[in-house]
Ligand binder design. Structure first.
Ligand code: AMP
Length: 598
């Protein structure tokens, strides 16, 4: 698809027209210093032309119709939107209600969302006949667990005082690109992505989901940046205020006069700082040390948060272009098993032709990669995915819900230990997922407090033993089991199983299953979701309407479309054991809503 992407800032406009499948550029527009007398615009590589001192809305009203006319046929328009708040968890097809919601999120991003909003309004006016899609910087981080989402303050003080994270489009894109280069599913990897540009942030991507990121409620938290301080002691702000500075002065100090600029006394451009540091400038040397130290500290922390790391990715202006910074950061990561090859690091060059460059030493357990970020391409890909499926399928397609009672999956060895040598499971009835069946066999699950009898075994046998129970069952058994997706039993508690031929004490395997929806790739395309996505599901039941969050999408050609919840969840929404209800996806957001089956 030919997609126009629009990234509209308060004084700048970046627009690209590109092929979403190849990333090839058709047209590029860059306007800067919009609003002041020096404002100018460049089309592709042509010389800059003055724009005059005009407000952003005027400039958009003139340039966007020109963009669409010069581009020829455009199939859809993707808009970068910085803040999606709690509401937008994925790229979203824009309608009037979405435009209004983006405007209403202005208090969370006063510098960015008004400009994003202005870009959307002008582009929809200039090209109303094609779908417009909003791609949110915050959306990739809506998977942050509550421990990474909250600050340690009274949560009732300020509703928006929580961590949102930014640069999500880039973190998601480079994580996917790295996984593709490593020829491994992103869902199986722990990746740390370091987006090091003028703004800088780092993200822990575990099994394809953002589980930690360094920017928080605003893009000021975290790493040392071009002109932003990143982490400081909040007490320092109090001291500055007590010392007589007003709020605006402190805001300017921390956002525009700190970071690399503040420490080094330069503009904060990494190239200048590296050059001056090499000439012996002490403040520039300190700036480099601070930048690298903070980043290394975060890498260590994020490896700890994920229980290890498989790949560390460097991207954006500094990450892609500064071997010096990569060298400093990687110098002391040996303890993680991350070793840099100095020659490869020096030679690394990435771009459209070579988007990934491996700079790891052959003995390195952790892959160190330089990856070219391309936010316009990422926006174009998201936009194409939504635009291709923005027909009425996603609005009407329904999903059946099945309630899973407690059950057990066994290895063949366990079957024999519990039911006797050579025993084979006896199918009792087929389950909805092709090839799966409930067995005649049942077992007693013995916990430290009490036991559960007649727990059904499901077949066929699997490579790992797994016992799936509800929270209520856990209380009964006296075990605290984690919420996990099926197959992820590492470090879960063990339990004893009693069968007719013997008992078996497992060291791990007891989990509370993460609610999920099985679907085929075609279903996923119809709903506009991907494997590993997290969606919300609305249940409209007689008396107990409920929205389930954290619902995992699992895609395989072997699956049949069905959402699985456990008995506690079913009771909470007043669902019956095999409910007749169906779910409906709303446009674009993958928030799914329920509809009664007739
Ligand atoms: P971005 O915001 O992604 O455009 O990145 C801008 C930052 O990347 C600035 O600090 C630049 O100085 C830095 N940068 C760009 N090229 C280089 C380079 N060759 N060496 C070091 N830093 C660079």
């Amino acid at each position: 698809m030919r997609i126009a992407t629009i990234n509209c800032g308060s004084s700048s406009l970046k627009a690209d027209v590109l092929d979403s499948s190849t990333g090839d550029r058709v047209l590029r527009l860059r306007a800067q210093r919009v609003g002041d007398a020096e404002a100018s615009v460049r089309w592709d590589d042509a010389p800059a032309q003055p724009l005059g001192s005009r407000p952003l809305e005027d400039v958009l009203g003139e340039l966007l119709p020109m963009l669409f006319e010069r581009a020829g046929a455009v199939d859809a328009v993707g808009h970068r939107v910085v803040h999606g708040g709690d509401r937008f968890v994925r790229p979203t097809l824009i309608d009037d209600a979405v435009v209004q919601a983006i405007d209403e999120l202005t208090p969370l991003a006063p510098l960015h969302n008004p400009a994003n909003h202005a870009g959307i309004v002008a582009a929809r006016l200039a090209l109303p006949s094609v779908p417009h899609v909003a791609v949110f910087d915050t959306a990739f981080h809506t998977t942050l667990p509550s421990r990474a989402r909250h600050y340690a303050i009274d949560p009732t003080l300020l509703p928006q005082a929580r961590r949102f994270g930014f640069h999500g489009t880039s973190h998601g894109y480079v994580a996917r690109t790295a996984a593709a280069a490593l020829d491994a599913p992103l869902e199986s990897l722990r990746v740390i992505t370091c987006h090091l540009g003028n703004g800088a942030s780092i993200c822990a991507v575990e099994n394809g989901r953002s589980v930690e990121t360094s920017m928080g409620m605003t893009p000021l938290e975290g790493l040392v940046m071009g002109t932003r301080s990143g982490d400081i002691d909040p007490g320092l702000i109090l001291q500055l205020l007590r010392g007589g500075r007003d709020i605006d002065a402190v805001d300017t100090l921390l956002n525009r006069k700190s970071g690399l600029a503040g420490v080094s006394g330069t503009s904060g451009d990494m190239r200048d700082i590296e050059r001056r540091a090499a000439e012996g400038d002490e403040r520039c040397r300190l700036a480099l040390k601070l930048f690298a130290h903070r980043l290394r500290k975060y890498i260590g922390a994020y490896a700890a948060a994920m229980g290890g790391v498989d790949a560390i990715v460097f991207t954006a202006g500094i990450g892609e272009n500064s071997p010096g910074i990569r060298h400093r950061v990687a110098q002391r990561l040996d303890f993680l098993g991350a070793r840099l090859d100095e020659d490869l690091n020096r030679d690394a060059k990435v771009g459209a032709q070579t988007p990934v460059f491996d700079i790891s030493d052959p003995t390195s357990r952790v892959k160190l990669l330089v990856v070219a970020t391309d936010e316009a391409r990422a926006i174009a890909e998201h936009t194409a995915a939504i635009a291709e499926h923005h027909d009425d399928v996603a609005e009407t397609k329904t999903i059946p819900i099945a309630v899973s009672a407690r059950h057990i999956h066994l290895t063949q060895d366990a079957v024999e230990a519990l039911f006797g040598a050579g025993h084979q499971l006896t199918p009792r009835n087929d389950l909805s997922q092709p090839g799966q069946f409930a067995c005649e066999e049942t077992l007693t699950v013995v916990g430290p407090k009490r036991s559960l009898e007649k727990v059904r075994v499901l077949g066929p046998t699997r490579p790992k033993n797994q016992i799936e129970v509800s929270r209520t069952d856990e209380f009964w058994l006296g075990v605290d089991a984690p919420v996990r997706r099926s197959g992820h039993v590492a470090n879960s508690p063990g339990v004893t199983l009693q069968g007719p031929a013997g008992s078996l004490t497992l060291t791990e395997g007891l989990i509370c299953a993460a609610r999920h929806i099985h679907m085929t790739p075609q279903d996923a395309a119809d709903f506009g979701v991907d494997n590993g996505d997290i969606v919300e599901v609305r249940i409209n039941s007689e008396d107990r309407d409920l929205v389930f969050g954290d619902v995992l999408i699992r895609v395989s050609p072997k699956y049949a479309l069905e959402m699985h919840v456990d008995t506690d969840e079913a009771n909470a929404a007043e669902l019956s054991r095999r409910d007749e209800g169906m779910l409906v996806a709303t446009k674009g957001t993958a928030r799914l809503t329920h509809r009664e089956r007739r």
